[in-house]
Design a protein around this ligand. Structure first.
Ligand code: PCA
Length: 181
């Protein structure tokens, strides 16, 4: 089974992004691929789809930082809405726009999100289901991912990581999640 995991580049004045730092620590396994996506409404989803075309994965989990959260939060929903509080790394700051004017209002993750929360908590890693991936670049990438994965029946989705967990715990969380695909 080929699996693709993505993280993001730093943004918003931060020096690193734990969502990519933890993927860099992931022990290499046959069939596991990683990619670092730019924090850009335009280039982020493009880079994701380029990685998908390169790897042809049977499952995809995208990771991003939610600096204000304190738990690992598998996302249930991606919404067709772009509304940025800060400019992305290209200086774009969409306000009140659909991501795809012809697309559905939302997609549900095709990952077993509740089981993932349970599996993380069983290992004493703080986790909670999230019902909103926000309206910034992470949500845009999740929406694009699910527009591709849903009609194909491919398990795919998004997980936000908090800013306060040590990289080793994040890396362990990624491995737990990876083994549930
Ligand atoms: N977090 C941002 C974008 C990149 C990232 O790591 C978000 O939650 O949208």
């Amino acid at each position: 089974m080929k699996l693709l995991f993505t993280g993001f580049a730093p943004f918003g004045g931060l020096e690193s992004n734990p969502s990519w730092d933890c993927l860099k620590m992931l022990p290499s396994q046959p069939g596991w691929f990683t990619a670092c996506l730019p924090v850009s409404f335009r280039r982020g989803p493009e880079a994701l789809m380029a990685a998908v075309e390169r790897c042809r994965p049977d499952g995809v989990v995208c990771f991003g930082l939610a600096a204000s959260r304190t738990k690992i939060t598998p996302e249930k929903v991606a919404v067709n809405f772009a509304h940025a509080r800060i400019p992305d790394n290209d200086g774009a700051q969409p306000q009140n726009l659909p991501l795809d004017p012809r697309g559905p209002a939302a997609y549900f993750s095709t990952l077993p999100v509740l089981d993932m929360v349970e599996a993380l908590e069983a290992k004493n890693i703080p986790a909670e289901l999230s019902l909103s991936a926000g309206s910034y670049v992470c949500n845009a990438v999740m929406y694009r991912l699910l527009a591709w994965a849903t009609p194909r029946g491919i398990p795919a989705g998004f997980v936000h990581v908090p800013g306060n967990l040590p990289p080793a715990a994040l890396c362990q969380a990624v491995e737990i999640i990876a083994h549930m695909l």
